[in-house]
Design a protein around this ligand. Sequence first.
Ligand SMILES: Nc1ncnc2c1ncn2[C@@H]1O[C@H](COP(=O)(O)OP(=O)(O)OP(=O)(O)O)[C@@H](O)[C@H]1O
Ligand SMILES: [Mg+2]
Length: 380
Amino acid sequence: MNIFDDLSGGKSVFKNKKYLDHRFLPDKLPHREKQIKSIAKYWKEALDGVTPPNITIYGKTGTGKTAVAKFVMKQLKEIAEPNVRVEYIRCTDYSTEYQVLARLCQLMGKDVPFRGWTKAEVINVFKDTLRRNVYDEKPILIVILDEIDILLRKDGDGLLYTLTRTDNISILSISNYVDFKRFIKPRVKSSLRDREIVFPPYGANQLVDILEERADMAFKKNVLEDDVIPLCAALAAKEEGDARYALDLLRTAGEIADERGSDIVKGEFVREAKEYIEHNKIVEIVSTLPAQQQRVLEAILYLTKRNEEITSGKLYETYKKLSRGKDIVSYRRIFDFINELELLGIISTNTVSRGRGRGRTNIIKLQCDVSLLEDALWVI
Ligand SMILES: Nc1ncnc2c1ncn2[C@@H]1O[C@H](COP(=O)(O)OP(=O)(O)OP(=O)(O)O)[C@@H](O)[C@H]1O
Ligand SMILES: [Mg+2]
């Protein structure tokens, strides 16, 4: 008897869980027909030997940007390769100009070390490889730069400069932020001349369509209670129309059903799934914070539990007390920590006026559940 036989032999509400995985690329992407068509219309020019215009896709997290780009890429590759090359780069994996160009070389069959060369050397080899690889056949390379804001913030706009100054390259940039172009200098911006495509958040009804499509493939017949999908959709619509979150809720609700040995996925499992996911998210964020910042968070938790109004002054005092005089950072650093925690969505700050002559004060509020944070700080 093998332990894996035993595990897989247990009954499950799932037919095949992989269809609820983020990495699975569905053949149908409901409610993105317009965006798919826009990209295809621009890229079609490549089939006629014309370099397509650069494109920028904007949208909040989970609005289908990556899925749509990969979908259109797959379709174009089917009919256009080898005359047109399309390459996908995730800038979280390749986050500098050097790394992206080295990766593009590698994809075109030319191995370039990921460190050690000068940038100019990599640029030269890249252009040379391109000339040999792409120009011999038909002269077009489409580069998808997913999560481009990460690269711009870390390494500036050098990559865009190089790519826009190289003939016959078309760029598709994907960004979570509408204002990512503030990282691009005017001279690069003017040669980018991109067409913009916006991905709005999904509404609850749209999320229902998306989930139903995936649920049919992932679950056995008739295992979902009627309110499961609408509930996942409604909760995700509240979270800025995030399809990834909706899929996570559905998958986790199914996993809870399996864990309980239930033949059906109940509506209440979705609510439990929500708590479970939130818990994991906070634990993950908190556990990767530097120790000093965790102590600031502990101080916020301490004051919140005592129902005290938290000003930065009071926070600093409490932080010092909890640190027992060891490794204390300066009062100024506390402001950086507060900013970072706010960006992570764990706290919020609100400036209030104390009346004439008494200036303004920052009031800090915890944005996540007290017991959740307690768990998270306890875990680490
Ligand atoms: N219209 C859709 N139909 C079916 N599945 C979708 C649709 N839109 C998004 N999804 C699914 O939701 C998940 C998240 O989508 P995707 O990764 O494309 O989001 P994103 O906009 O790239 O988010 P991020 O900004 O966080 O990278 C993926 O699993 C994707 O397959
Ligand atoms: Mg994405």
